[in-house]
Each structure stands twice: as structure tokens, then as C-alpha cells.
Design a binder for this molecule. Structure first.
Ligand code: PHE
Length: 334
């Protein structure tokens, strides 16, 4: 009897001291836990008492159990109420950290927005590409020295696609130009498209080279689309992207899939350095032919630019590897 009273006092005292729900639950487990709770043990041992003791103690132990349950329940209620009633709802909440867009996403969207405003449609193509679309159809046959311009990640030789009987060589596309061919095969000109996407090069990494980066391809085909149209579009684009005081020039260059080919250099305000930003040219007749277009009927220009390059110039980022390092101190600045 004395012990039962002592237990009750103990429960009251320890509940009084508890300030957290966790403490109360611990107390509950200590006294009422199914396996080794103190009161549970007493209840279990009733069956071993003599008949006389049973009559005397059983009701008391039962009542101790009920009281304890009630006290614990009340204490839990009290704690959860106090939680609400003492919280000042006008206090500022914990600061929520918002995610932000990756700088490459921001710059890609900015470029895409400028072109869609000029009525270009956005299309895409696969990152694992066949040798045909990445090279042959673009007037770069096997053993053509120009293949050296693109260091290629090849996929296991003679890989056979599940749904195709044809054996073909596959690779990680080295540029977005194969999307030109894929689009021309399926659509009748006139059209104007851009194709943003990831490309891969089997190269050593350094401050200006990565094994994967992003390009935006452009293609405009019609009956009489010329370099003059390209000059207008590219000037508009560069001014919208970098601002009106940008200077640019077209420099003769070489790509197997364009003829003539040019490279666009820009000069940023307050700088006297020419920076190469994109390749372009009139789509080569062999490319039109590969895609099934009649080169007597259709002509146009294509261009390709590197998104990382634009982002680095736009934000003044010195090293391309920063884009992929996953360092939040870098990512959060944009
Ligand atoms: N595909 C070329 C490259 O990667 C760029 C380009 C695209 C040039 C379209 C001309 C026309 O480097």
C-alpha cells in the first residue's frame, strides 16, 4: 500500500517537472510500458497473490494505473495547449530558403525568349545520336578530316537499337546540328527553329573546356533566306542579349555543313578584345539533300552557339567548371 502511494507521488513529481512531450512519453513508458513498465509489472503480478491479498490490492493497483493514465493524458494536453497559447503568432517565422535557377538555365531561357519573340519555334533531339545524324548527314563522311573537329564519345560499336533491325554506330552528340537534319526530314519549309540542348566532347577539362556543355542551334529555311537575313537576326539577338552598345563582326570560317561559313565575334563595351561567340553559315546543299529537301527550291542559314560561353561573358564567370561543381555558394548568386 505504502509503495503504491509512493509510486503515485513519484509520477506526480516527475510529470510536474516535464516540460516537453518527449519527457512525458518517457515517463509513460517507464510506468505503463507494455513490457517492463513499473505499474504493468504490478498488474501482472496480481495473479500470484493469495486470495486475500488479491481482493485487497487488485482494485488499488487498477486504480493507480487509471490515475496514472489520466495524469499523463492531462499533462500531454496541457503541453500541446501551451504550445499554441504561448506562441506569438506575429513573430517572424524561421527564414525559408528558396531554391533558385541555375545560371545556365537563366541564360538559356533568356536566349530562347529572344528567339521565340522573333517567331522561332523551339525543338529538340536526342543526346544519344547516330553517326549518321551527327556526322554523315552533315556532310562529314567517315574518314573526313573534319571529324577531328569534334572529339567524340562513341557508344559500343555496332550497337543495335531495340526497335530497329539496322546496325548503326551511336555516339553522344558532339553538337546540336543533327537536330537540323531531324527537323528538315519531317517538316516542309519555310520554318525557323532553335534547338537548345546538351552536347558532349571527349576532351580534357580546363577553365574553358568541359566534357559536356550546352548549345543552341538555329535554322531558318525558306525560298530566299540569305546571309542578309542572318545578319539581321543575329544583330537583333546580340543587342537584346548584351545591350545596344555591343559591336560584332562576321569572320570567314569553315564548317562542313555550311557554305559559306562564318564565325561571329563580339566586342563588349569597355573592351577592345574580340571574342568568338558562335558559328554559322548557309546550310550546305549536301545537308539539305540528306534531309530530303530540294536544294534548288530551298535555302537558308544555320548557327550554333555555346550557352556556357554566353553565361560566362554575361556574368563574368572565369571558369566553365564552376557551372558543374555543385557549389551552392556559386549557384545562389544568380
Ligand atoms: N555545330 C557547330 C559546332 O559545334 C556550330 C555550328 C552550327 C556552325 C551551325 C555552323 C552552323 O561547333
Amino acid at each position: 500500500m505504502k509503495d503504491l502511494n509512493k509510486i503515485e507521488q513519484e509520477v506526480i513529481k516527475s510529470l510536474d517537472k516535464s516540460l516537453k512531450e518527449g519527457d512525458v512519453l518517457e515517463i509513460k513508458n517507464y510506468y505503463l510500458g507494455r513490457k517492463s513498465g513499473v505499474i504493468t509489472y504490478l498488474l501482472k503480478s496480481i495473479k500470484d497473490l493469495s486470495d486475500g491479498d488479491k481482493k485487497k490490492f487488485a482494485p488499488q493497483i487498477q486504480s493507480l494505473k487509471e490515475k496514472t493514465e489520466k495524469m499523463i493524458e492531462n499533462k500531454l494536453k496541457e503541453l500541446s495547449m501551451s504550445d499554441i497559447s504561448f506562441k506569438d503568432l506575429t513573430l517572424p517565422n524561421k527564414k525559408i530558403r528558396h531554391g533558385s535557377l541555375h545560371p545556365l538555365t537563366i541564360v538559356e531561357r533568356k536566349i530562347v525568349d529572344i528567339f521565340t519573340a522573333m517567331n522561332f519555334s523551339v525543338v529538340d533531339g536526342p543526346e544519344i545520336e547516330s553517326e549518321w545524324y551527327n556526322f554523315d548527314a552533315l556532310n562529314i563522311p567517315e574518314f573526313h578530316p573534319a571529324r577531328e573537329m569534334w572529339d567524340t564519345f562513341w557508344i559500343k560499336k555496332d550497337y543495335k537499337k531495340k526497335d530497329s533491325k539496322k546496325r548503326e554506330n551511336f555516339l553522344m552528340r558532339t553538337h546540336t546540328s543533327p537536330v537540323q537534319v531531324r527537323f528538315m526530314e519531317k517538316h516542309k519549309p519555310p520554318f525557323q527553329i532553335i534547338a537548345p540542348g546538351r552536347v558532349f566532347r571527349y576532351e580534357a577539362t580546363d577553365a574553358s573546356h568541359e566534357v559536356n556543355f550546352h548549345q543552341i542551334e538555329g535554322l531558318m529555311i525558306g525560298e530566299s533566306i540569305s546571309m542578309a537575313n542572318f545578319k539581321y537576326i543575329v544583330e537583333n539577338f546580340l543587342k537584346k542579349f548584351f545591350g545596344d552598345d555591343i559591336t560584332f563582326r562576321m569572320r570567314p570560317s569553315y564548317f562542313p555543313f555550311t557554305e559559306p561559313s562564318v564565325e561571329i565575334d563580339i566586342k563588349l563595351p569597355n573592351s577592345d578584345k574580340w571574342l568568338e561567340v558562335m558559328g554559322a553559315g548557309m546550310v550546305h546543299r549536301n545537308v539539305l539533300k540528306s534531309a530530303g529537301l530540294n536544294h534548288e527550291e530551298w535555302q537558308g542559314f544555320a548557327f550554333g552557339l555555346g550557352v556556357e560561353r554566353f553565361a560566362m561573358l554575361y556574368y563574368g564567370i572565369p571558369d566553365i567548371r564552376l557551372f558543374y561543381a555543385g557549389d551552392l555558394r556559386f549557384n545562389r548568386q544568380f
